[in-house]
Design a protein around this ligand. Structure first.
Ligand code: PHE
Length: 367
């Protein structure tokens, strides 16, 4: 039979050779001074494990007489229970401290104040207001079931004018003067004055591929010999719309514009369709909203009319269907062309459109 001291070394003839009180005091001290949960785990093995003095002493109980066995057993059990409780308490303390320390070390302070110069737009850019507007408009129309298409910025006379029912020398060309490019081509090439030529590309393609109907919007840059003012830029952006389907009416056009206006400006925006003229639509209308700067009172931006024209629209003229080979007895459609810059200007009540191109950081960082 083994007789052990606190470290499990053999000391004496029976369990009474084990200094139980000394062992309990020593263990309590060690536990109190343990500096980590890992150290505590070691102490646990050392004092309570299979080869610990306590466990081994327990195994020697059988060699004692019944009275002594009972007494020694009770005492061993008491010490073990006390030690288990002490270890538990200390483990909870140490675990909490370790967790707090690790949180401190891994701390990511999301409330940290970033200095103004780091935060400024000079350090971190963002999309230009007009680019944001274009993306938002595409979203609105995609949400309404339109697809998005694009066309070239340099066009031939056919796409920009003739196919749109504007023959050479037609007076309507006066509204759309632009830069002509001398590329040594037999055809006249120019910077497109509107996105309407993309209508022609789409219809030609659909006829060729037999994929009518069309429900598409076409955003892009346009160029005109316009003098810059509060509402005009010589380089600007439009978003064209084209629907070609069976049984399309002016009611579909008006309803589409109504839904679009509420989606882009929010409910309550006052808009109107005013009879207008475009060679490629019949009937035609101009789409206007209440000027958001003066709310209809009249100001410099709206030339004191209280209204701002956002674009043109109408039913696709049969002459256009003829030019691209769409059967006008089977198909009908509507088209519109809105100024993206103008839409952004009205949405944000920007008094002068020229601000968009001045690159003044105080203006640009507001959006
Ligand atoms: N293209 C015309 C413009 O730029 C707008 C428009 C588009 C009108 C489609 C009718 C239909 O002024």
């Amino acid at each position: 039979m083994e007789h052990l001291d606190t470290r499990g070394r053999e000391v004496g003839p029976d369990v009474e050779g084990l200094d139980i009180d000394g062992l309990a005091a020593e263990a309590e001290q060690a536990v109190a001074h343990a500096s980590s949960t890992a150290a505590l785990a070691q102490l646990e093995t050392e004092y309570l494990g299979k080869r610990s003095a306590l466990t081994r002493a327990h195994r020697t109980l059988g060699g004692l007489d019944p009275e002594a066995r009972k007494e020694a057993g009770r005492r061993l059990h008491e010490v073990r229970a006390h030690l288990v409780a002490g270890l538990g308490t200390r483990r909870a303390e140490l675990a909490a401290a370790e967790r707090a320390a690790s949180l401190r070390a891994d701390r990511l302070d999301l409330t940290e104040v970033v200095p103004e110069d780091v935060r400024s737009a000079a350090a971190r850019g963002h999309l230009h207001l007009v680019t944001q507007a274009r993306a938002e408009l595409e979203d609105v129309f995609v949400g309404m079931g339109f697809t998005v298409a694009e066309g070239p910025e340099a066009e031939t006379d056919w796409y920009n004018f003739e196919a749109l029912n504007i023959p050479p020398a037609h007076p309507a060309r006066g509204m759309w003067d632009t830069m002509y490019l001398d590329l040594g081509e037999p055809e006249t090439v120019l910077l497109r004055t509107h996105t309407s030529p993309v209508q022609i590309h789409l219809m030609e393609e659909a006829v060729r591929a037999g994929t009518l109907p069309i429900h598409a919007v076409m955003p892009g840059k346009c160029f005109r010999l316009d003098t810059p003012d509060a509402r005009h830029l010589p380089v600007f952006n439009q978003i064209e719309g084209l629907v070609v389907d069976r049984g399309i009416t002016f009611g579909d056009l008006a309803g589409t514009i109504q839904v679009f206006t509420e989606a882009y400006f929010g409910p309550g925006m006052e808009s109107r369709l005013r009879p207008g003229y475009f060679p490629f639509t019949e009937p035609s209308a101009e789409f206007e909203i209440t000027c958001t700067l003066c709310l209809g009172e009249g100001c410099r931006t709206c030339s004191h009319s209280g209204w701002i024209e956002l674009g043109g629209c109408g039913m696709v003229d049969p002459a256009v269907f003829d030019a691209v080979g769409v059967d006008a007895t089977e198909w009908s459609g509507f088209a519109f062309g809105f100024g993206i810059d103008r839409l952004a200007q009205m949405r944000h009540a920007v008094p002068d459109m020229r601000s968009f191109l001045e690159n003044d950081i105080r203006f640009l960082t507001q959006f």
